[in-house]
Design a protein around this ligand. Sequence first.
Ligand code: PLP
Length: 365
Amino acid sequence: MKRIYLDYNATTPCESWREVLSANMPLNPSSLHWHGREARKILQIAREKIYQAFSIDPRKYSLTFTSSGTEANNLAVNSFKSVFASSVEHPSIIRVPHVELITVNQHGLIDLNALRAIAPRIKGSLVCIMLANNETGAIQPIDQAARLIKEYGGFLHSDCVQALGKLEFNIAAADSFSISGHKIGTFPGIGALIHKNTLPIKPLIFGGGQELGLRGGTENVLYADIFARAIEGIPKMVKEYNSKVSGLRQHMEHLIRSYLPSVKIWSEEVDRLPNTSCILMPWVKAQIQTIGFDLAGFSVSAGSACSSGKMEESHVLKAMGLSSQEASCSIRVSLGPKNTQEEVNSFVKAWQEMHQKLGQTRGHV
Ligand code: PLP
């Protein structure tokens, strides 16, 4: 059976890094000898490439390599006693116990009035507002929020993991931002927190003083090198997402809507990532949909997280005010540059067939 991957927000197909992987040398950048110095050079060049890609002044910012976007978010959040976060943030932010949530509107955008209401309490606190949401693709009004946060003396952290490679962004408004390699074609296992030097970041992992004392453990030089090379490819990637992939998404949504004019696609009224559709198939649980699509050869995701074998309703869709039925019957389709129109056509056909079979009856399937 032909397998069609429509889950680019979960992870992306790995590019071929064979050429880099053949670099067969010991890579401990802390060693003082020649081999160590060579490894240090590779790490430094990777850091510089990333600074350059984001037009960052290395005298004002630091980059801490981490194992993932999750760790980068944790590193930022755990550095502060007082943390506020939009209620649609990734679990790596909102599951940290001391985080206080800020409401969002029905499109999943931060409620600026709610932010204004807590503003007198944010002095010296970290406020987390992601650039783009992983489930709906909604893009936050980050500049407006940043102005308010700055005015009241707070620090802004922006999770840019999902925006990376899909959106051109300049994050000068934020005090820190997180990124992750496997969303742009590297292997999972590398991420980074980029932060202003004025931000009081405290290490999560203690060790031999690596990463300026902010992250103990021998750096993964090879992955840092690959990450930097992938980041250099972002302008081309962003172009592809915003021409080819956004056209495919438009085509897919148009076909589904032609078949079912009342279809609900969450956050479609606001700016979204060019590849993401969060689609409701009324009365068919997301778990049933993902299993059904998998059997038909399509890899898509339920918005909801699966924990201990139990499906939880998506906290993102719930925060947007959706009913339990709506939140539990929506799936995320996230397209990528390797998808084709034929693949999208066959997915829509499978969606229609499933809807005809299971979605016509009012009663949870
Ligand atoms: N933040 C967002 C918005 C994400 O979508 C993800 C992963 O899906 C993460 C953080 C975590 O990144 P990683 O998988 O590198 O831990």
